[in-house]
Design a protein around this ligand. Structure first.
Ligand SMILES: [Zn+2]
Length: 296
């Protein structure tokens, strides 16, 4: 618990003074967590990590009911996210410094939103006691990227094509002005084939034959997932995939001077959303399941 107990030094004959490893600030955080007084919360990622380290240290083997371990989990979940948006890199380095594995995993996950380079890490790298932590981080990022790419292709292969751009034989409802005046009337027409030739997505053996523009766009997403400057594997990756597909559809419909695609325009929005949502959620789930393995 202590660097070296200093039982001999006292400022009061009745009260011994003991030097501790933690700073006065960290001890103030720690003591006000467990004592019924005004809580003195950490306000920086550095002070938060020091508190978490203290909670980990003093919660091991000292608390029969795991009270301090519970506090640590609460701080990890309620305070740490506040710093991960802007300081994920420093949070990761500090977590390694204090050997806080759960916190390191959360920080590594948050870091997926950003490229990690020696320049971006800067002086925070001085906090690392071992280079192995950088290797663990790289392996985790590579694992997430590969999982995301595989999930895209797997999700595509397992998707029921009948829910998306059904065959040209299907009938679709349309609304048009009534020839008798007085509003609109509805009728059904035969769906037409997409103006871009159907084809499977390259690299996906079980890919259904999708409209060419969509196959091209999904190949683009596959290339850009987890690549610097592409689609970051952040918590927003599901929304990014969805938005990317929506934009690609709009570009297809706008056509750039090409023939307007009645088939894609008439495809039910819910059908499109089902495919894009399914793919996006499959990718997000695959990333979440990648374990952060550390050997420090
Ligand atoms: Zn089309």
């Amino acid at each position: 618990m202590f660097n070296s107990p200093q039982l001999g030094s006292t400022t009061d004959a009745a009260l011994p003074v003991i030097d501790m490893q933690e700073s006065a600030e960290t001890l103030a955080h720690l003591v006000t967590v467990i004592y019924p007084t005004i809580f003195f919360p950490p306000t920086t990622v550095d002070s938060l990590m020091a508190l978490l380290a203290a909670l980990q240290k003093y919660g091991m083997g000292l608390e029969v009911d795991g009270t301090l371990a519970k506090y640590r989990a609460q701080f990890r979940l309620s305070y740490l996210p506040r710093f991960l948006v802007e300081q994920a890199c420093r949070a990761y380095m500090l977590a390694v410094h204090y050997r806080l594995k759960e916190e390191a995993q959360l920080a590594a996950r948050a870091l997926l939103a950003s490229p990690v380079t020696f320049e971006s890490c800067g002086d925070d790298m001085r906090l690392l006691p071992t280079g192995a932590a950088l290797h663990d981080l790289v392996q985790y990022r590579v694992g997430c990227r590969d999982a995301a790419k595989a999930a895209l292709l797997d999700g595509l292969a397992s998707h029921d094509d009948s829910a998306w751009f059904r065959s040209p034989e299907r009938r679709i409802p349309i609304q048009e002005p009534s020839p008798f005046g007085g509003g609109s009337m509805s009728r059904t027409v035969m769906a037409q084939e997409c103006t871009t030739q159907r084809r499977p997505v390259r690299g996906c053996a079980q890919s259904p034959a999708l409209p060419g523009w969509l196959a091209t766009h999904l190949e683009y997403i596959h290339t850009k997932l987890g690549v610097a400057g592409g689609l970051a594997l952040s918590a927003d990756v599901e929304a990014a995939v969805f938005e990317s597909c929506s934009s690609a559809l709009q570009a297809h419909l706008d056509g750039g001077g090409a023939e307007y695609c009645v088939s894609c325009a008439a495809a039910h929005a819910e059908d499109r959303d089902v495919l894009w949502t399914t793919l996006a959620k499959t990718i997000g789930k695959a990333i979440a399941e990648v374990a952060f393995e550390c050997f420090w």
